[in-house]
Design a protein around this ligand. Structure first.
Ligand SMILES: [Zn+2]
Length: 324
């Protein structure tokens, strides 16, 4: 009790604050999500995500050089295509942007862990994460067959980890079985296990040109006002054989990260999504906050909640924003 106890003694100097505080996560804990386009020489800035762009493979290789040199642990690839159809079949084409880029990245940066997003929404002409039934609803079980093909094509190209994000029931089990059947038993599976129907994905949809034409994704993504259901999603994915679980978005769901961290022994990744990225940039641009200070506080919050793996666009600016 005061006056004997004075907590300010513990934080009086920078040396003490550093000694007693938890250091920020190192670059090896970070995964940089990137958007890949078919073609060559493409470096298209994403207006809603300043500092990020849609790139062709060789442009990405160039941009990866300083990022890999900063010690970033992984990259998460999202593909784009101009050839969209009802099934999103370009998502499992051997000549797709992701399938072509993976071996190039692995060759140039063998130490970098390559993750690939496994979904259909950037490849379907209707923008949903699975094919539609005659009633216009996403057909869960038909989506599984397609997602299996996507995952196998990524793993066969050399991806270290496939990451299904469609929120279809049974997708983890279906993909694990398909990988094992093809002898791809070493390929990791990171599930977007507790993925919420969030309003924070707006800038990403511009980046991926993947907004659904009609309807929304509330029929398959988890509702943000039902914590138990979101946790069950992760429990089921663990039972189905996921190697890594994920909470997405991160900052508005720190309670979910914390509860998941306590209830599982699997690694827990958190996806610091586009809206969480762009809002800090917008704030800093208006002079309403210091970007470096805000990013550091955001990452520390994710860490305190129990995040093991940080999927974040800030990964490409680690040295500038997060290094001491
Ligand atoms: Zn999707």
């Amino acid at each position: 009790m005061f006056p004997e106890t004075r907590l300010r003694r513990l934080r009086r100097t920078e040396g003490l604050r550093k000694m007693l505080g938890q250091p920020l996560p190192g670059p090896e804990k970070f995964i940089w999500p990137v958007f890949l386009r078919e073609g060559k020489g493409i470096d298209e800035p994403i207006s809603a995500m300043p500092g990020q762009s849609r790139m062709s493979a060789e442009v990405l290789l160039k941009k990866l050089e300083p990022v890999v040199a900063s010690g970033i642990g992984g990259v998460l690839l999202f593909g784009l295509t101009s050839k969209k159809d009802a099934d999103g079949s370009e998502a499992f084409s051997e000549k797709g942007a992701v399938q072509r880029a993976v071996p190039l990245i692995k060759k140039a940066f063998p130490q970098l862990t390559v993750f690939t997003d496994v979904c259909l929404c950037a490849y379907t002409d209707h923008g949903h994460c699975g094919p539609l039934n005659p009633a216009g609803e996403v057909d869960n079980d038909a989506a599984l067959t397609l997602l299996q093909k996507v995952a196998v094509s990524h793993a066969a190209a050399g991806a270290d980890c496939v990451a299904p994000s469609a929120m279809m029931d049974g997708q983890v089990l279906a993909i694990r079985e398909a990988l094992d059947e093809e002898g791809l038993t070493d390929t990791l599976l990171m599930s977007y296990s507790s993925k919420f129907a969030s309003s924070m994905y707006g800038p990403f949809r511009e980046a991926e040109q993947s907004a659904p034409g009609k309807g929304d994704r509330q029929g398959y993504q988890a509702p943000y006002n039902d914590l138990r259901q979101a946790l069950r999603e992760s429990e089921l994915d663990e039972d189905e054989g996921a190697d890594i679980l994920m909470v997405k978005p991160a900052l508005m769901y720190l309670d979910v990260i914390q509860q998941l961290r306590e209830s599982t022994d699997l690694p827990v990744a958190a996806y610091n999504v586009s809206g969480e990225y762009s809002m800090l940039i917008a704030q800093a641009d208006r002079g309403w906050g210091d970007l470096r200070a805000m990013v550091r506080e955001n990452m520390a919050a994710m860490q305190r909640a129990g995040t093991d793996i940080f999927i974040s666009y800030w990964a490409s600016r680690y040295n500038e924003l997060l290094k001491d």
